[in-house]
Design a protein around this ligand. Structure first.
Ligand SMILES: Nc1ncnc2c1ncn2[C@@H]1O[C@H](COP(=O)(O)OP(=O)(O)OP(=O)(O)O)[C@@H](O)[C@H]1O
Ligand SMILES: [Zn+2]
Length: 879
């Protein structure tokens, strides 16, 4: 017997020992029907009836941290493999994906629960994506259900409903309260206490009610209900429910000619934001402003703003400077043609072939991508372009629209769940043949994909830092392999992993070593800050050379960029008496001092504060040391906020802009800042590493780098590589227009090879040195590495568990795997969780994978919970 599912035939075998009459009849008749045999109407009716009684079993992958699937029953027709289902799972209802349809009743003494709803008629995922998911689960030692959840960004189609039910304790309170009156001591107001009784009353029958039902019956809000759950008066259940994805979104529209009454600051903020973008903005984006939601409601009530429904739009404008050509408008130069020719050849061949496009900054890689994509589209196929962070390089999106118009679908992290679902379906229907997106876009369900491009392939944002911890670039290569199509990885500073693959012949290396139009690479000058200190006798943030060059640049009417790779004002606050740094309450991390903000920083929080950049915790700036009460607090380490302030003092007439996480939050902020830089409104930009990302601003001739080599001291074998990449990328922003550029790098480590090679634009020299360092230790690319984090809210537990796993590695035979640790992780406590880790290295990946699976089995045997262990294969961040 066969059932069709997702374009492939699934064989369903009827279990022989338990044959019952219904099943036998059905088996035979289905077969006969397929053969076209005539059936009497009465028999057909009988069959239609009995068909209802048939059951299948389905193995479902669920988004839970368990490395296995779960079996459910489906009554009626067999569903398709790859379809989504809603199923009960430990008191909740979860969405899962069907992996297998069969008729083997699971062994064991438990009841097989039925699937509650089958959401799709056919497989939702194309075959290559299902296979890719299996590969990821295997390679990254991640539960398949969690991998699939990441692939299907369709949460907008599933609603989470909260249901409340009265608990034993609640019943007691209800009955006792009725007898004794409400004489209990309570912090709640009498109205709130009455409301609690109303809720208990409403739930007395024992049936569960939804949040919305309870609210309309009793006026109780979520906070009150959650409080009752904490007191164990109620129990809460979560259910997933299907819902129609919204196809419109609410936008706030400024009412013109409204007479302005007296408004408070929050109301002014919203109006200012709306005015700034032309009077119209999705409500969702307004929610990013630090004002209460109720402010908008007030403005609506006062007739200053109206709310409209508008079909979802996806355009992200993209910066396009006047008089500058788009990448696709250039005739390719010879080097670009050569690179394209090699790519075109493998496109014509139509088989798996990875290319590493190593092109220096400003060599015109984007134009090569365009040309390759155009060729792919011309053959009727589709192309996928991955970029690190679309929001940071809006010009890329803008150029894509200019070249490919409506064919473009953008997938990025700032889409709402609705927008994401909408784009996903659009891509799956084949309506967008150019897909541009960040990391998870590698899972875009593009039919007949012909080419994948990964821009800035070295960028660490391609690594997902939560389960499944996949690397977007490596998954892209695997997807290309499964589809048998070419893939291009491009960068001015390729990762050592990719470079090694090119050296060993696994990837084809394409080099573009000159900038376009014979423009020179900028001249880089190192400023030795140790000498500067000796000569000036004081510690200055900016060296004399940097000040001099910046002044000259501004005087010539050109633009300068200065990198200060930390945000905030001072990144360490230390007590002079006891030497303690002020740390976050939740994390073992020094807190950053932020000064109050003024004027243009619409988004930044007002008020002076200390902030933890890991968990977001904030506190007032203490007058005295929290440990020893000394009043001698000392502020060290300048961040971008301080940089801006100092620069304004040094260059009073400069038009300064700042780009960091405090000044760019919402979608469009980066775009606005870059637009002001393009137009010349800003002539001096200071910021964190965001300013180093692919921006192509022709007026910038000078780049300054301040204090970026402290990163060389990080406890991470990739520290030198990161510093080299950052220096090279930020230098690459200088001299991209008519006039040549100059870079000044202030450093305390001017002799370090990462700094020296970056200054000499010597990528290959850097790689040679770096490989020499990594080879003897079997660090990637000479071996494979996995970081295993063990975490718990209880420090003793985290230590014990990591000790247990460490001992296991030492005593069990784990062939080919070497372990370092266990030790406290460099960030030993994060968000109140203690973190220990083991670093595992192996020369063969299969050894490491086998070792990890055995370790997980041992952990299960020892009762260490699965979610206390984070397995980070090919870890990028070792913190
Ligand atoms: N053949 C060409 N002739 C002249 N200009 C070109 C040509 N190809 C591209 N350009 C222009 O050169 C500039 C740099 O190109 P692009 O931004 O693609 O560089 P890139 O290699 O991606 O550099 P980065 O790695 O720094 O991002 C752009 O302004 C682009 O429009
Ligand atoms: Zn913190």
């Amino acid at each position: 017997m066969q059932a069709t599912g997702g374009g492939r035939r699934v064989h369903i075998h009827v279990a022989a020992p338990k044959l019952d009459v219904h099943r036998v009849i059905i088996k035979r008749v289905r077969h006969d029907t397929a053969g076209g045999m005539y059936l009497p109407v009465r028999l057909k009716r009988h069959l239609a009836h009995t068909l209802e009684d048939v059951s299948f079993f389905v193995d479902v992958a669920l988004p839970v941290p368990l490395d296995r699937s779960f079996t459910y029953r489906v009554d009626g027709e067999a569903p398709a493999i790859g379809a989504r289902v809603l199923v009960p799972f430990s008191g909740q209802r979860l969405m899962g994906v069907i992996l297998r349809v069969h008729s083997q009743e699971p062994e064991g003494e438990f009841e097989v629960k039925p699937v509650q709803q089958v959401l799709d008629d056919a497989s939702l995922l194309p075959d290559d994506l299902l296979r890719l998911a299996e590969w990821i689960a295997q390679y990254y030692v991640a539960p398949l259900g969690e991998v699939l959840r990441g692939m299907l960004p369709l949460t907008a189609e599933i609603r989470r409903v909260f249901l409340y039910r009265i608990a034993e304790q609640g019943r007691r309170v209800l009955y006792e309260g009725a007898e004794k009156g409400s004489s209990r001591r309570s912090k709640l107001s009498p109205e709130e206490q009455n409301r609690e009784y109303a809720v208990l009353n409403a739930l007395e029958s024992g049936n569960a009610l939804k949040l919305a039902q309870l609210r309309s019956a009793t006026g109780a809000g979520k906070a009150l209900l959650e409080g009752m759950v904490r007191k164990r008066w109620l129990s809460r259940e979560v259910e997933a429910d299907e819902r129609d994805a919204r196809r419109t979104e609410r936008v706030a529209v400024l009412v013109e000619d409204a007479r302005l009454p007296k408004l408070n600051d929050n109301q002014m903020r919203i109006l200012a934001e709306l005015t700034a973008v032309g009077g119209r903005m999705p409500v969702r984006h307004l929610r990013d402003l630090p004002v209460p939601d109720s402010t908008l409601t007030t403005l609506v009530r006062r007739g200053l703003v109206v709310i409209e429904d508008e079909p979802l739009a996806f355009h992200l404008g993209g910066v396009h400077a006047e008089g500058k050509k788009h990448a696709h408008e250039h005739a390719l130069n010879e080097t670009q043609m050569e690179a394209l020719a090699s790519i075109a050849a493998s496109l014509a061949e139509g088989s798996f072939k990875p290319h590493l496009l190593y092109g220096v900054t400003g060599s015109g890689k984007t134009a090569v991508y365009f040309a390759a994509m155009q060729r792919v589209l011309a053959t009727g196929k589709a192309a996928l372009l991955l970029v690190p962070e679309i929001g940071l390089t809006p010009a890329m999106a803008g150029q894509m629209y200019a070249a490919f118009g409506d064919e473009v679908a953008l997938l990025h992290s700032q889409l709402s769940p609705d927008e994401r679902a909408e784009q996903w379906h659009r891509i799956r229907r084949g309506e967008a043949r150019v897909v541009v997106g960040t990391r998870s876009a590698v899972f875009a369900p593009v039919p007949s994909l012909g080419l994948i491009i990964v821009d800035e392939e070295h960028d660490s944002s391609y690594k997902q830092e939560e389960t499944p911890r996949y690397h977007g670039r490596d998954v892209a290569v695997m997807r290309a392999k499964l589809l048998d199509i070419p893939v291009i990885l491009g960068s001015a500073t390729p990762s050592l992993e990719s470079w090694n693959n090119a050296q060993t012949g696994r990837y084809t290396l394409l080099k573009m070593e000159q900038r376009v139009a014979n423009r020179p690479l900028p001249e880089v000058e190192l400023v030795d800050m140790r000498a500067e200190f000796q000569q000036t006798g004081a510690e200055h943030l900016f060296s004399r050379r940097l000040i001099e060059e910046t002044q000259a640049t501004l005087d010539r009417g050109e633009q300068a960029i200065i990198l200060l790779n930390r945000r905030g004002y001072s990144y360490v606050v230390m007590c002079r008496s006891c030497g303690e740094k002020i740390e976050c309450e939740n994390c073992a991390i020094a807190m950053t001092f932020h000064k109050p903000v003024h004027g243009t920083d619409l988004h930044a929080e007002p008020g002076e504060r200390l902030e933890c950049h890991y968990c977001g915790f904030r506190r007032n700036v203490p007058k005295a040391c929290p440990k020893c009460s000394s009043e001698h607090l000392y502020y060290m380490g300048a961040g971008s906020q301080q940089g801006e302030e100092r620069l304004q003092e040094i260059f009073p007439s400069a038009r300064i802009g700042r780009m960091d996480r405090d000044t760019v939050r919402g979608r469009g902020d980066v775009e606005r800042l870059l637009q002001r830089l393009h137009s010349g409104e800003i002539n001096l930009l200071v910021g964190t590493q965001m300013i180093a990302k692919g921006h192509d601003i022709h007026g910038v001739t000078t780049v300054g780098v301040v204090g970026c080599d402290h990163a060389l001291g990080m406890p991470d074998f990739r520290a030198a590589e990161r510093v080299f990449q950052l220096l090279t990328q930020v230098s690459g922003r200088a001299g991209r227009g008519e006039k040549p550029g100059r870079v000044l790098v202030q450093s305390y480590h001017v002799d370090h090879y990462a700094v020296r090679c970056a200054a000499a634009h010597d990528y290959e020299g850097f790689v040679r040195r770096e490989m020499q360092f990594r080879r003897p230790f079997f660090y990637p690319p000479f071996g494979v590495l996995t970081n295993v984090l063990i975490q718990s809210q209880d420090m003793g537990e985290a230590m014990r568990w990591s000790g247990e796993l460490g001992r296991w590695f030492n005593t069990a035979s784990v062939p080919g795997v070497r372990m370092l640790g266990p030790a406290a992780a460099p960030v030993s406590r994060l968000k109140r969780i203690y973190r220990y880790h083991l670093l595992l290295k192996a020369q063969r990946r299969s050894d490491l994978q086998a070792g990890l699976r055995n370790m997980l089995r041992h952990a299960e045997y020892k009762g260490i919970p699965r979610n206390a262990i984070i397995v980070d294969v090919d870890a990028i961040s070792l913190m």
